[in-house]
Design a protein around this ligand. Structure first.
Ligand code: UT7
Length: 316
């Protein structure tokens, strides 16, 4: 099987900034509690003209531009999300129309909660191996502000909106992303009911239990990907983690002995953006010149489902 590499990245976050102080006026919380327990200072919320669809299309357009790949070269499009604007048509079908992607390709949404972008990268690698076109569009996008319970201070302070995208290229001789993906069905720890279930469509979470799961899952995924690829921490240029809580990242990097110059946190600015968090990090790292052609990254995600996963990703 041929592997994929990232050719370009893009991102879009809505302009509406919501600070911890703004949330102090909505729920019984303090900016100090939020910052010290989560690392979050601000998050972005969709409002007015800025919608899930607009930020998703913007991120995807920027990734195509960055990659220098015209839409008609795209062989598949996957949007990882749990908050599409409509269930039908899918967000990916929306992108087909908005960007003018070819009509003879698969475009679909994928739900693996906060691990969605990595499930999508692996799926894209499989799809491009069976496609005459060499490029794929992988997007992670969320409008979580729409599904938070503003009466639950344990969750409403955490989540934000955003979209990140990557254009990947598949070529003979390139290494696979060597995905390690897993699931453990559990509807109690982290839940977002769909319509017509009789339950409100809000996120609920047993935070401390999910925290404990996450601090075990992240180092486990790092080690599994290193083992599968025969690599060491030294062989990896950058580690990219799902941004759910700064303390989860701090504990994981300590356990895996990852030096501070090899990882990055933007949770202070965006909060937890679920499937968008990993591609948002990728896009910022690329813009800042911290990663680029030839870089080798190890990305790890974890979240609702429960789901977890890791991939080794190279930049073309
Ligand atoms: O992306 C998907 C995966 N998600 C995650 O990985 C999230 C993992 N979990 C977490 O990040 C943390 O568990 C939270 C940030 C959600 C919560 O932090 P915690 O340290 O686990 O706090 P806790 O839920 O154990 O609550 C501690 C105390 C409680 O008060 P009592 O019972 O000790 O009096 C809560 O009621 O903090 C209280 N509390 C708050 N206080 C002020 C909970 N939320 C807030 C709040 N402001 N917003």
């Amino acid at each position: 099987m041929n592997g994929i590499k990232i050719r370009g990245t893009g991102r879009s976050v809505p302009g509406k900034l919501v600070t911890n102080q703004d949330l102090e006026r909505i729920v019984d919380t303090s900016g100090e509690w939020i910052a010290s327990r989560t690392g979050i200072q601000t998050r972005r919320h969709c409002a007015g003209e800025e919608t899930f669809s607009s930020i998703t299309a913007e991120a995807a357009r920027r990734a195509l531009e960055d990659a220098g790949v015209p839409p008609d070269q795209i062989g598949a499009c996957i949007v990882a999300t749990v908050t599409p604007e409509t269930l039908v048509p899918s967000a990916a079908c929306g992108l087909q129309a908005a960007l003018g992607l070819p009509e003879d390709i698969p475009c679909f949404d994928l739900n693996a909660a906060c691990t969605g972008f990595l499930f999508a990268l692996h799926t894209m690698e499989c799809l491009l191996n069976a496609s005459p076109r060499k490029f794929g569009l992988v997007v992670g996008a969320e409008n979580l502000s729409r599904v938070v319970n503003w009466a639950d201070r344990g969750t409403c302070i955490l989540f934000g909106d955003g979209a990140g995208a990557a254009v990947v290229e598949c070529r003979e001789g390139w290494p696979s992303v060597s995905a390690v993906l897993g699931c453990h069905g559990n509807g109690e720890l982290l839940r977002l009911p769909g319509p017509e279930t009789g339950e409100p469509s809000y996120i609920s979470m047993e935070g401390t239990k999910v925290f404990k799961f996450a601090v075990e899952a992240v180092p486990w995924c790092v080690n599994q990907v290193l083992q599968k690829t025969g690599r060491t921490v030294e062989d990896v240029d950058f580690f990219v983690f799902h941004q759910a809580n700064a303390r989860i990242i701090d504990l994981a990097v300590r356990k895996c002995r990852i030096p501070p110059e090899k990882y990055y946190k933007n949770i202070a600015e965006y909060g937890n953006t679920s499937a968008a968090s990993i591609p948002l990090v990728l896009s910022e790292l690329r813009e800042q010149g911290k990663i680029g052609p030839g870089s080798r990254l190890l990305a790890v995600g974890f979240g609702g489902g429960l789901t977890w996963g890791g991939c080794l990703i190279e930049f073309a």
